[in-house]
Design a protein around this ligand. Structure first.
Ligand SMILES: Nc1ncnc2c1ncn2[C@@H]1O[C@H](COP(=O)(O)OP(=O)(O)OP(=O)(O)O)[C@@H](O)[C@H]1O
Length: 255
């Protein structure tokens, strides 16, 4: 569905050339949830921008359904750390924005927008304005906006990292619920091992300088997952520990 083939990406700036990503190959299946973790500066956002068609690879290629990705596509939604809602538009009209931008009738998407808002607990907030909402609620609206046109792929760059820990956890559980309902192919860049274990089918661990794939860890836990009392505590702890070691480079054989 979404693929990266031997992709590298260099940036040339005043300090010289930085190889942000080196020879990345990755195949993401339809409906799969992939988390990307790695230390700061290892190329996570660069990988996401390549997948989104926002920047081209210096060498190699990115594919969406066997077509080369050369520019942003309507079939791919991107969600960033900040919700970036339009302050003068109601919650509902913010959610409907992509439909409008694609020149589709708003009316045709209204029912879906209401349905998505209900899924994230915002059924009563449709007529409110963004400034009347908390940060967590705003990011929920942003999630609904990303999904309203039923994209083939959802790309998320640390979408919850500006939120407090509890809200983050709530949103992670909601994202899981939405993913189970919608089945959208999703790539989530995160610093959080817990988010990766909660949500991902596979976790791509990147190593830094140059950014490359250190390991891909499949997370074989039944869904819906939880990190609370009813979690598969032993397995979750094992995944956490393994990802932690890979991330910090203490895993045997890592560089
Ligand atoms: N536009 C750019 N111009 C020059 N260098 C860049 C540019 N974008 C990224 N880089 C460099 O590429 C490398 C990877 O950056 P990237 O933002 O992808 O890392 P990251 O893993 O997302 O980091 P963080 O976790 O801190 O957000 C870094 O060394 C960064 O300085």
């Amino acid at each position: 569905m979404l693929g990266v083939e031997s992709a590298s990406r260099a940036f040339t700036g005043r300090g010289g050339t930085v190889l942000a990503l080196d020879d990345i190959t990755l195949d993401i299946g339809a409906g799969e949830f992939v988390a990307v973790i790695g230390r700061s500066g290892c190329g996570k956002s660069t990988l996401l921008r390549l997948l989104a068609g926002l920047i081209p690879p210096t060498s190699g290629a990115v594919y969406l359904a066997d077509e080369p990705v050369r520019r942003p596509s309507r079939r791919v939604s991107v969600m960033f750390q900040r919700p970036a809602l339009l302050p003068w538009r109601t919650v509902l009209d913010n959610v409907l924005l992509p439909a409008e931008m694609f020149g589709r009738p708003k009316r045709a998407y209204a029912a879906r927008a209401h349905e998505l808002l209900a899924t994230v607990g915002l059924a009563d907030a449709a007529k409110r304005l963004p400034h009347e909402l908390s940060g967590g609620m705003q990011q929920r609206v942003s999630l609904c906006r990303s999904l309203v046109t039923s994209p083939a792929v959802l790309l998320m760059d640390e979408p919850f990292s500006a939120l407090d820990a509890l809200t983050r956890e709530e949103l992670t559980a909601e994202l899981q619920r939405v993913h189970l309902a919608e089945g959208t192919t999703t790539v989530l860049v995160t610093h959080s091992i817990d988010e990766a274990v909660m949500l991902a089918d596979r976790v791509v661990v990147l190593a830094a300088r140059p950014g490359r794939i250190r390991e891909i860890v499949p997370v074989d836990l039944p869904r819906p997952r939880s990190l609370g009392r009813d979690a598969h505590t032993t397995e979750v702890a094992e995944y956490r520990a393994r990802l932690h070691d890979l991330l910090l480079g203490t895993e045997e054989g890592s560089t």
